[in-house]
Design a protein around this ligand. Sequence first.
Ligand SMILES: [Zn+2]
Length: 266
Amino acid sequence: MKTTYTCFPNGKFKALTMSYDDGNQTDRRLVAIFNRHGIKGAFHLNGGLLDRPGRIPREEIASLYAGHEVAAHTFTHPTISRCPLPMVAQEIIEDRKVLESLTGRPVRGLSYPNGSHSPEIRVMLPAMGIAYARVTGTSGDFQLPVDWHQWMATCHHNNRLMEHARVFAELSKWQYLSLMLVWGHGFEFDRDDNWDLIEEFCAFIGHRDDIWYATMIEITDYMEAAKRLHYAANGNFVFNPSALEVWIRTGEDIVALPPGELVMLQ
Ligand SMILES: [Zn+2]
């Protein structure tokens, strides 16, 4: 039997994604940098704070973040592990409603405000339509999350970003799926006067043939679709029951599995 591996789209084994919180007006400059270098990210917004000074106004959200992901960050940014659970549920659902009314798309990602979460909150998330949630701790590595509701970034952008980027760029072991996730807040680049850092990073890591540039929810959904493949017991054929194209490597071959189709592998 041939060894079969899940790949990212087009047979790639590396993915890059970005995760930025709070939706401050500095996101305009950040999105422009990402767009110039073909990099995608999730922007985690508070539906109840959109009228605060310095935030991206609601009428600009759909156009500014087009091509990226608009994701939840709770309605008013409380430290949710200290809040009663019914309030936490409302914070997430109300945030989703506002953001969905502005974007016309389902909002299914979350980053925990102030990094705060608990086991009781995490178990509620699937029932509230939240497919993944990002924590504030970082891993320093390039592994896919084990628990999608405790998704840890590789690094904050102020934490040896270029060092991590160079290691990631050099990775050549296709036997592993590798993911680099960088998180932060757009306003930090103004505060720390280090826009040159994110410019340098995006210019270095963007537009590479061997990296899949995707949003967090795209990665979440893709891995879910990959998990749902129905393989024949002898590995000779596989059915893809999802609506997404999934890519695998079987032996030396990179194979695309179209949605809803049965593909012979021998
Ligand atoms: Zn925040």
